[in-house]
Design a protein around this ligand. Structure first.
Ligand SMILES: NC(=O)c1ccc[n+]([C@@H]2O[C@H](COP(=O)([O-])OP(=O)(O)OC[C@H]3O[C@@H](n4cnc5c(N)ncnc54)[C@H](O)[C@@H]3O)[C@@H](O)[C@H]2O)c1
Length: 351
C-alpha cells in the first residue's frame, strides 16, 4: 500500500514508518516539525525511500497534495501531553481537532477511504474500579484537599469505601479530564462522522503509556518515562509523584508500531462506514514507582525519590484490557517490561 503517515517525524510516527517500510509499504510523511518537539528543526533519520514532506495538517492544500496516490492514512500528528496550561488549549484544539477535520475533509475529496487513528487511553479518565458493595464504578476527579492530605486513592463515589482497580475495556464510557484528552476524543468522533458520511473505515488505536528509544527529552509535554530517563542522564534521582503506586500499562513503541501495521492491513476489509477502537497495552500492570526503580537500576542509579507531589488532572490508575486487539488483529506485544526498560535506560532520547 501507499500510506501517508501524518506526524511521521514524531516518537511513535517514526517507529510506525520504519515498521511499514520493513513490511514493504510505500510511505509518505507529513509533519510540521513542531518546535516544541523538534527543537533542532530537523526530522529524525527515516528509512531510504520515504517521501518526507514538512507541512501542517491544518493546511488543506498541503494535505491534499500529500494525499495524491495514497491508499490509506495513518494519522499520528498531534500535540501531546497533559496540557497543564489552559493557554495551550487553542493550540491543542488546532493541531488535533482542526487538523483532523482538515485531513478528513481532504480524504473525502481525494477518495481515500482507509484511516488508522492514533487514539489515547486518556479518553477514559480514571480507569475502572470495583467496589465490594457497588460493583463496577467510575470515580470522578480527585479533590485537591484529598491529594494535599496524601489520600491519593479515589474512594467509591457511592459509599466512600476503598476500591480495587481493574482493567479498562473499549466499551468503558469516555470521561476526558484535560484539554488534550478532549481533543483526542473529538478526533475519534470526527473520524466516525467522516466514515459514516463517505463510506470510509476508521480504526482507532488507543495507546496506553508508550515508551522506548527516540522518546523526546523532558519537556512539559513529555511522558513520565522520558522525564525519569532524562533525570538519570543528568545524574539526578527520578522524582516520583504521589506515593509511586499509580498503576499504568507501559507499552513499547515497537509494539505500538506493530499494532499500526496490523490495523492498516485490516482496515480495508472492514465494512464501509464502520469504526472500531482498540486498546494498545502490554497487559503488564506496573506502577510508576516500579518503572522509576527499573530505569534507575538499569542506569546504575541514583535511586528514585518519592515526593508526594501531584498534578491536578493526573489519574490514579489506568490499565488496559487489550484482548480485542489480540483477538481481532492478531497482535501480540513482544517487548516485556523488564527488557524494554533495561534497554530504554541506555537508549538515546530525541534531541
Ligand atoms: N506517547 C504516548 O505515550 C502516547 C499515548 C497515547 C497516544 N499518543 C498519540 O500518539 C500520536 C503520536 O504521539 P508521539 O508521542 O509520537 O508525539 P510526538 O510529539 O513525538 O509526535 C507528534 C508529531 O506530530 C507532529 N505534529 C503535531 N502537530 C502537527 C501539525 N499540526 N501538522 C503536522 N504535524 C504535526 C509533530 O511535529 C510531531 O513530529 C499522537 O496522536 C498522540 O496523541 C501518544
Amino acid at each position: 500500500m501507499r500510506i501517508l503517515v501524518t506526524g511521521g517525524a514524531g516518537f511513535i510516527g517514526a517507529s510506525v514508518v520504519r515498521a511499514l517500510v520493513a513490511a514493504g509499504h510505500h510511505v509518505r510523511v507529513l509533519d510540521a516539525l513542531l518546535p516544541a518537539v523538534h527543537p533542532t528543526g530537523n526530522p529524525p533519520a527515516l528509512p531510504a525511500g520515504v517521501d518526507f514532506r514538512r507541512g501542517d495538517v491544518r493546511d488543506a492544500e498541503t494535505v491534499e497534495e500529500a494525499l495524491a496516490g495514497v491508499d490509506a492514512v495513518c494519522h499520528q500528528a498531534a500535540m501531546v501531553g497533559l496540557g497543564l496550561d489552559l493557554q495551550d488549549a487553542p493550540h491543542y484544539v488546532g493541531c488535533n481537532d482542526l487538523g483532523t477535520a482538515v485531513v478528513l475533509a481532504a480524504m473525502a475529496r481525494s477518495g481515500v477511504r482507509r484511516l488508522v487513528l492514533a487514539g489515547s487511553m486518556v479518553v477514559y479518565g480514571e480507569g475502572r474500579y470495583h467496589c465490594a458493595e457497588h460493583g463496577e464504578v467510575a470515580p470522578g476527579p480527585r479533590r485537591p484537599a484529598d491529594l494535599d492530605a496524601g489520600r491519593f486513592e479515589p474512594p467509591c463515589p457511592v459509599c466512600g469505601a476503598p476500591l480495587r482497580p481493574g482493567l479498562v475495556a473499549e466499551s468503558a464510557p469516555a470521561d476526558p479530564r484535560s484539554v488534550y484528552a478532549v481533543t483526542k476524543l473529538a478526533q475519534e468522533h470526527l473520524s466516525a462522522a467522516w466514515a459514516r458520511a463517505c463510506g470510509g473505515t476508521a480504526l482507532t488505536l488507543r495507546y496506553h503509556n508508550v515508551y522506548g528509544p527516540g522518546m523526546p527529552r523532558d519537556t512539559p509535554y513529555a511522558g513520565v518515562a522520558s522525564l525519569f530517563r532524562s533525570a538519570l542522564a543528568r545524574g539526578e534521582a527520578p522524582r516520583v509523584f504521589e506515593d509511586g503506586r499509580q498503576r499504568r500499562d507501559f507499552v513499547h513503541v515497537e509494539d505500538v508500531a506493530a499494532a499500526n501495521l496490523a490495523a492498516l492491513t485490516a482496515v480495508g476489509d472492514r465494512p464501509p462506514g464502520s469504526v472500531r477502537a482498540y486498546n494498545v497495552g502490554s497487559g503488564e500492570v506496573r506502577t510508576i514507582g516500579e518503572m522509576a526503580a527499573a530505569l534507575a537500576a538499569a542506569h546504575g542509579g541514583p535511586a528514585p525519590t518519592v515526593t508526594g507531589e501531584y498534578r491536578l488532572g493526573d489519574v490514579r490508575h489506568i490499565t488496559a484490557d487489550s484482548n480485542r486487539l489480540r483477538a481481532e488483529l492478531d497482535w501480540l506485544p513482544r517487548v516485556p517490561f523488564d527488557r524494554g526498560m533495561a534497554e530504554f535506560a541506555a537508549a538515546p532520547l530525541r534531541v
